[in-house]
Structure formats: structure tokens, C-alpha cells
Design a protein around this ligand. Structure first.
Ligand SMILES: [Zn+2]
Length: 186
């Protein structure tokens, strides 16, 4: 057992390479001596690049799976969630001390083979549109999860993100649901 486990924030900062040399050395020594903390570091690393994107930016938003959110929680991350029905809207925020926010878009997905997400972001009257192809989804769960980069979100003023999920079928595209996230800084 570890008497002084490395805290989550330090663990994250270490893994993301954000610590100064002087802060890094004692943590590194701890890992050498402590199987428990080095196992936690390995678990975090196994979650891979998506964690980096979620916490520190890079990609503005990632479409993720529900098991991935649970894996983040098991690492101790505090995650705020909004469940939004088709045609629905969430007034959302991200508070200090929270690591990430996830939008859980409820959608009838039975029979859907490929799903694309059309995103429309409006900030102070300026609109940016983008398309994410072939997003991951679990038809049985009937939902699609979107994880905006927390770092990006913290740097943003109030904004509105609209997501349209479309099923891509042989004879064209079919709208599955439209979701609006009205974000206010925490
Ligand atoms: Zn330890």
C-alpha cells in the first residue's frame, strides 16, 4: 500500500509532461518505488490521446464511448454530464474543480450503420461549422457522447453548439436528432 499516493492533478500533469524539472524528479522517484502509483499512471496512459484532448485541448470536441467516460471516472476525474433528448437543449457549464463535461445525446440508433455529426458553433455572432464522420455509437444504448476539450471550453466566452446527428444510408442522409448546448462559463 502507498502511504502518500500521488494526487490526481499531479499524476495528470506528470503524464501530460507539464511539470517543471524540479517537480518531476520526486514524482519519478515515487513511481520507481511504488507499484500502486505506477499502476495508476499506466491506467491513465492506457486511456490514451483522448484524455489529453479532453483535458488539455487540441481537438475542440471528441465523440467518445460511454465505457470511456466510466474509465475516466475510475481514474478519479470529475465529469459533469448533460443528457439531451432529440430536439432538446442543455444549458451547460463547467465548474472549477471539474475536469470535463460530457453531452449525452439520446438518439434512436437501431439499424444505423454509419453516423456523422454536423457541428455548428456560434460565438459572439460568429459561426463555425464542421463535420465529424463515422462517430462511435452503441445502437443498444441509444446515445452518442460528445466531450468538448475542457481547456478550450475554459478559454471560451458564452457560446452555443448545435449538433445534428445524421445517419448515412445508401440513398442519402437522414436526420436522427438535433441537440443544442448553450454554454455559460463556470
Ligand atoms: Zn504511491
Amino acid at each position: 500500500m502507498c502511504k502518500e499516493p500521488i494526487g490526481l492533478e499531479a499524476l495528470l500533469a506528470y503524464w501530460l509532461g507539464e511539470l517543471a524539472g524540479g517537480e518531476e524528479a520526486p514524482i519519478e522517484e515515487h513511481f520507481f518505488a511504488c507499484a500502486r502509483c505506477s499502476a495508476r499512471l499506466e491506467e491513465l496512459a492506457a486511456l490514451g490521446a483522448a484524455v489529453r484532448a479532453a483535458l488539455r485541448g487540441g481537438r475542440v470536441a471528441a465523440m467518445i464511448s460511454a465505457p470511456f467516460v466510466e474509465a475516466l471516472r475510475r481514474q478519479g476525474l470529475r465529469i459533469r454530464e448533460y443528457r439531451v433528448p432529440p430536439g432538446g437543449r442543455a444549458d451547460c457549464t463547467l465548474l472549477a474543480g471539474e475536469h470535463a463535461v460530457v453531452g449525452r445525446m439520446q438518439a434512436p440508433l437501431a439499424g444505423v450503420k454509419r453516423l456523422d455529426a454536423l457541428k455548428r458553433l456560434e460565438v459572439a455572432g460568429k459561426v463555425t461549422e464542421s463535420r465529424v464522420e463515422d462517430v462511435p455509437f452503441d445502437p443498444a444504448a441509444g446515445e452518442v457522447l460528445i466531450l468538448p476539450s475542457a481547456a478550450w471550453l475554459r478559454g471560451m466566452p458564452s457560446n452555443t453548439m448545435r449538433v445534428r446527428l445524421v445517419a448515412v444510408e445508401e440513398n442519402g442522409e437522414r436526420l436522427v436528432g438535433e441537440y443544442t448546448f448553450v454554454h455559460t462559463p463556470g
